[in-house]
Design a protein around this ligand. Structure first.
Ligand code: FUC
Length: 817
């Protein structure tokens, strides 16, 4: 039995040793050790909207407070001309970006690459109004108590999403417990004292937005509006205790208590309705909504709410599990992490950390992205301790936001992707305006118009290109994020969602490229231009990054139309476009070229660049695989190898996935080792550096891809099992087509696979080796299958479980059941 998934520390956040991670840090600014401490050592809790990060400090507890929608930027009384960053007014020469766009294309077609490239500087957006994700502030709890602190422990239980702090002082044992409930949309805190002393607390909330607290009886409230955009925000905290509660200044004080409970709600008047982005509530209405939430939480009572929270959380978390034979040996998580990189670290301790990071990533998904949310998780999920986070902690779409959602479907957390789908849907309206001003599409065509978004996004419809071309222009951002969204159907198989939600989005994204692809007269092929491969190299007429993502977009749209039996004529047109796209090409070094004019590898752009933009056909797209495209598969290996392993946290996460898809488990595993030692902080957050959550998610999807893949016509079982993982099992993964997959392996070989389809229909599985297999149904009766080319095909019935076991091992399998 695997031990419980718990992050354990014997120190509070402020007393922990900090780690040096990775390449040069972009953040925090020099001299901000406090911010470095926060990103490396706090323990995060969340329900998708409300985020807490717990220090567990003693005698003064600090908990950073976040609300996912607390954002500066966007429409504001101060910015009456806000237009989503789009340049909607002619410049001094009387020109709009679309005029330059046309000219740039003309110049490229005439072979005037230098002129075309120079003019790209005109395809930018405004900076004003971009905004940033903000920090709400801190909940501070001053705890008095006589004596020396002993037996300190701070834990985050990933199986219950609860954080606990415990210590003794004199003869008294003090406890603290925290969780953030999705059902109650509120945070809960409980302080306890058992022994000769009682609790004497002072509770306050320090706003980072200039708000003052009002206290009355056993309540604390805080209301305000952001200076930047007038966004209204409100917080309500209710306190219950067997001690004496009093309102003092801006704090609540509690004296002589054995237990104290806090019920905390907070929210803003943000809504995702373009172009106002507000609920329309008055400050009073918002405050009343938040206060009544805190009141309800209190009326429910701590214990009842705690049970509801655990049930809700476990309904998601328990869907999947992994067991690699780990045994942490009782070490605290930070020690385990420090030891991991040492030759003396026992294998079982390494396995324990690998399991823990897998569970932690799933925990972070559930804590930062829930069905009800208006926004997806950002660069830091929902956790942020400053008003100036790196990259505004925004939604980056040249890999980062996509990576945040890589594990959701395969790790059976599809509901957690709902906020992403909602968010991208909400980008369509502003995205039409960007399409119009930057490429000349007419937004009068409504839903058929074509929408686009570029690399950087905010909650306020910021679909325009960034204010510098090289990182800012990236129309395929829309195509790429649409692949994440199409995966909702690929994995879940829900045709209603496909018809009503996903397909219209796909079609509208295709409409943008239908109107903007250009035939290159030299090759006769369609390309998108100007193109730029994130975030290096020249500006060109097409490149592998853009062509790959456009290929995937059309592929997905055609498949969706086919599944729905829709748009036959359009489908033929899309097929023909797909065939005419300039394909990926192999260069003289046997590599996948990143740019079409590249001959030898590493002669253009930066060597060992972190982005794997030319290899997206391997992962997450399905353009390159071993059987269908063996030459490209081999070329991808050359390119990935040359790109090097050492990189930023997310980039190592991406490399795990890519090596897994190239069926090299040992190389993927090497990347796991590098990520652990060079890209994971003591609190297990991923380090770009700074803390950036995408790498946590890239790790989870990477582990899933090592154990199971479903992007080709067969479910590949253990396609990239590393030698280090000799024995293990994984349960509750989801393969495309909505099939649950459970796997067990022994001595590096598949011992059994169980496949449970949600629908009737043919199933194809590809076991990892040339052994002979038997397939049995739930009664242990052999199921007939056809075998060709290493793939076993059989007919599955919905909700029945089929076991795939090596011949001769059927009996063992039955006994286990
Ligand atoms: C992309 C990456 C950076 C960083 C940023 C948030 O631009 O190239 O490394 O992750 O997003």
């Amino acid at each position: 039995m695997k031990e419980r998934s718990i992050l354990r520390y014997d120190k509070s956040a402020s007393r922990m040793k900090l780690k040096k991670c990775g390449l040069a840090a972009y953040w925090p600014p020099k001299g901000r050790k406090d911010q470095n401490t926060w990103q490396q050592t706090v323990l995060p809790l969340g329900n998708g909207t409300i985020g807490l990060s717990v220090y567990g400090d003693e005698p003064r507890e600090q908990i950073t407070l976040n609300c996912k929608t607390l954002w500066a930027g966007g429409p504001s009384p101060k910015r009456p001309d806000y237009a989503g960053g789009n340049r909607v007014r002619p410049d001094a020469d009387g020109k709009l970006p679309r005029d330059y766009y046309r000219k740039i294309k003309e110049l490229f077609l005439q072979g005037k690459n230098k002129e075309a490239s120079d003019l790209c500087a005109k395809l930018v957006g405004e900076e004003e109004g971009y905004g940033t994700y903000l920090c709400w502030g801190k909940l501070i709890v001053d705890c008095k108590g006589e004596g020396k602190t002993e037996g300190y422990s701070r834990t985050l239980d990933l199986e219950r999403a609860i954080c606990n702090v415990e210590y003794r002082k004199g003869g008294t044992r003090y406890t603290r417990e925290y969780f953030v409930s999705y059902p109650h949309n509120a945070a809960f805190c409980r302080f306890g004292a058992v022994g000769d002393q009682t609790l004497n607390l002072r509770i306050s909330v320090q706003s980072m937005q200039g708000a003052h607290s009002a206290v009355k009886e056993d309540r604390l409230t805080q209301d305000g509006r952001l200076d930047d955009n007038d966004l209204a925000y409100s917080l309500a905290l209710e306190c219950e205790s067997d001690g004496a509660i009093a309102a003092e200044g801006d704090s609540l004080t509690i004296k002589g208590a054995r237990r104290v409970e806090l019920y905390l709600a907070l929210d803003t008047d943000y809504d995702d309705n373009y172009p106002v982005y507000r609920t329309g509530e008055t400050s009073k209405e918002l405050a009343e909504r938040v206060r009544s939430r805190a009141r309800k939480a209190r009326e429910t009572g701590y214990e009842t709410a705690r049970r509801a929270h655990i049930d809700d959380y476990q309904s998601l978390f328990r869907r999947a599990s992994i067991d690699l034979g780990g045994d942490g040996g009782g070490l605290t998580t930070d020690r385990l992490l420090r030891k991991y990189g040492k030759a003396t670290c026992p294998a079982a301790q390494k396995r324990a950390l690998e399991e823990l990071l897998f569970d932690f990533g799933r925990y972070l998904t559930i804590s930062s992205s829930r069905e009800r949310d208006l926004l997806p998780s950002n660069l830091q999920g929902i956790w942020n301790c400053t008003n100036t986070p790196a990259w505004s902690s925004d939604f980056h779409m040249n890999v980062n936001l996509q990576m945040n959602y890589w594990p959701v479907y395969v790790a059976s957390l599809s509901e957690c992707a709902k906020p992403l789908i909602r968010y991208v849907d909400a980008l369509r309206a502003p995205g039409r305006v960007t399409a119009e001003y930057y490429t000349g599409l007419r937004s009068a065509a409504g839903e058929q118009n074509g929408f686009v978004c570029h690399n950087q996004n905010t909650p306020f419809g910021w679909t325009c290109p960034g204010w510098e071309f090289d990182w800012g222009w990236s129309p395929v951002s829309a195509a790429w994020i649409m692949h994440n969204i199409y995966e909702c159907y690929q994995y879940g198989g829900d045709r209603t969602v496909l018809r009503e939600q996903i397909y219209p989005m796909l079609k509208e994204c295709v409409a943008y490229f239908d109107a903007n692809l250009t035939r290159d007269p030299h090759t006769g092929r369609l390309v998108c231009m100007p193109s730029y491969s994130p975030e290096h190299g020249p500006r060109t007429m097409g490149n592998t990054y853009e062509q790959t993502l456009i290929w995937q977009l059309y592929r997905d749209c055609i498949d969706a139309a086919e599944a729905l039996g829709a748009d036959l004529d359009a489908r033929r047109q899309w097929e023909s476009t797909l065939n005419d796209l300039r394909p990926i090409e192999i260069g003289a070094s046997g590599q996948i070229k990143e740019w079409y004019h590249e001959i030898e590898i590493d002669t253009i752009g930066q060597k060992r660049h972190r982005h794997l933009s030319h290899l997206l056909g391997v992962y997450p797209c399905a353009l390159i695989d071993r059987k269908r495209t063996p030459e490209a598969f081999a070329a991808a290996r050359v390119s990935l190898d040359r790109r090097g392993d050492k990189s930023t946290g997310w980039a190592m996460g991406q490399r795990i996935n890519a090596w897994a898809r190239l069926c090299d488990g040992d190389r993927a595993y090497r990347l796991i080792g590098m990520l652990m030692t060079n890209g994971i902080y003591p609190n297990l957050w991923d380090a770009h550096p700074p803390f950036q959550i995408d790498g946590n998610f890239g790790y989870v999807s990477g582990v899933c891809e090592m154990l199971m893949q479903s992007h080709t016509d067969a479910i590949a079982l253990l396609p990239a099992l590393p030698r280090a993982w000799q024995n293990g099992c994984v349960a509750g993964l989801t393969a495309r087509g909505n099939r649950r997959v459970d796997l067990r392996w022994l001595g590096g070989a598949l011992a059994s696979a169980q496949i449970t389809p949600a629908f009737d229909g043919p199933i194809a599985v590809a076991p990892p080796d040339g052994r002979r297999y038997a397939i049995t149904d739930e009664r242990g009766i052999e199921v007939r299958y056809e075998q060709a080319d290493g793939v076993l095909r059989f007919e599955g019935i919905a909700r029945k479980t089929y076991a795939v076991v090596p011949k001769g091992a059927e009996k063992t399998h039955e006994k286990e059941k």
